[in-house]
Design a protein around this ligand. Structure first.
Ligand SMILES: [Zn+2]
Ligand SMILES: [Zn+2]
Ligand SMILES: [Zn+2]
Length: 375
């Protein structure tokens, strides 16, 4: 289902014009055009290996922490040069799609109706991101996000079997958001997809953190109890002597304070140790140009309306879901905001913890408009 790193690198190099063949030892033999080999800093003919022990005199190390991997991210910098491929597929049955569309779009506080259907040239970006998640363990990998440039609907792309061809003819008049917006949205989607991919790891991290916090608590509770018992014994033994009971109380108070402070520090250490830092960075982008049916719907929220394109995605052979215009990795159902009619998913249509008002995270990125407590 998920591609291995060598498959992803093989894809990226092929899209940039290289001939790539897998060798017996799991390495890649690559024949590069000049432009690519100079961008990546190796000779026209190279062997790429993915573990240190296979890296010999001739082979180049190409795993996540390699120089080559960083150079591949550099392919992106020259944005005009990212690859464009075209994708043709037979057109789907529009009637069936319309039925699916009415089931698939679930708006919690608005209605919609079909306005118009047209066959349109559209494009997607297939974005490869590398992620590194660091906590007490390190996890890394590659995720692929396929994002529609017309409506910013994004999906994790896991179908490796799709054959994309170099553009034979250029499609004209493709309506799309500007590249920065699309890349940013795919990045947000990538963060969400990475968190989903790491779901089990995050759960086990929380489990281990909670277990250790409980242990630390129990340990310091025992210390506190022992201190109290010792103080009680002391109070009994000094009853006839000049030290007063209040002094013992005072000493006990200090001791308990010291124990509690140490406990807090220990817990803080644990939280730091188990905190999760996820970094994701783009590795490569391929633009996929295609022709597809587009269904323009009219979304109605109270008296306001908004026209929005729903697209059929020929690469995954499904209708694209509505995007969430905040996280781009939506959880159904959707809400439509009052002010600008943004499409927001259930997770992102936030409820302010202070006043309970529900508000749109796209309109109010700084927090609840009523309290405006979060900066
Ligand atoms: Zn969302
Ligand atoms: Zn509020
Ligand atoms: Zn809004």
């Amino acid at each position: 289902m998920n591609k291995s790193l060598s498959e992803v690198i093989s894809d990226i190099l092929s899209y940039h014009g290289a001939l790539v063949e897998e060798t017996d030892g799991g390495c890649l033999e690559v024949l590069c055009p000049d432009s690519l080999s100079s961008a990546l800093g190796f000779k026209e003919h190279a062997i790429l290996c993915f573990s240190y022990d296979k890296t010999g005199r001739e082979a180049i190390y190409a795993s996540y922490d390699s120089e080559l991997f960083k150079a591949m991210a550099g392919l992106l910098k020259n944005k005009g040069e990212f690859s464009a491929v075209s994708f043709r597929s037979s057109l789907p049955n529009t009637e069936k799609l319309l039925k699916v569309m009415h089931k698939k779009i679930t708006l919690n506080n608005a209605t919609f109706r079909l306005e118009n259907t047209e066959l349109k040239s559209i494009s997607y970006l297939l974005c490869y991101f590398k992620y590194i998640a660091i906590s007490d363990e390190k996890h890394e990998g590659i995720i692929q996000v396929l994002i529609n440039e017309l409506n910013l609907s994004a999906v994790p792309f896991e179908n490796g079997g799709v054959r994309l061809e170099d553009s034979a003819e250029e499609l004209k008049d493709i309506e799309r958001h500007n590249l920065k917006t699309v890349l940013q949205s795919s990045y947000f989607a990538g963060v969400g997809i990475t968190k989903e991919r790491l779901k089990e790891f995050i759960k086990s991290l929380e489990r281990r953190l909670n277990r250790n916090i409980r242990r630390v608590h129990e340990y310091y509770e025992t210390l506190k109890n022992e201190a109290i018992i010792a103080a009680q014994k002391k109070a009994v033994s000094i009853e006839d002597r000049p030290i007063k009971g209040e002094e013992v109380d005072e000493l006990l108070k200090k001791k308990i304070n010291a124990i509690e402070t140490e406990c807090k520090w220990k817990i803080q250490d644990l939280i730091t140790k188990y905190s999760l830092n996820i970094q994701i960075e783009p590795v490569s982008v391929i633009r996929v140009e295609t022709q597809s049916p587009v269904f323009w719907i009219n979304i109605k929220r109270r008296l306001a309306t908004r026209s929005f394109p729903i697209t059929y995605n020929p690469v995954i052979k499904q209708l694209d879901a509505l995007p969430c215009e905040l996280c781009f990795n939506p959880t159904k159902p959707y809400y439509i905001c009052d002010d600008k009619l943004h499409i927001i998913c259930s997770t992102c249509f936030k409820i302010c913890p202070d006043c309970g008002k529900q508000y749109c995270g796209v309109c109010y990125r700084k927090g609840c408009p009523r309290c405006n407590v979060r900066q």
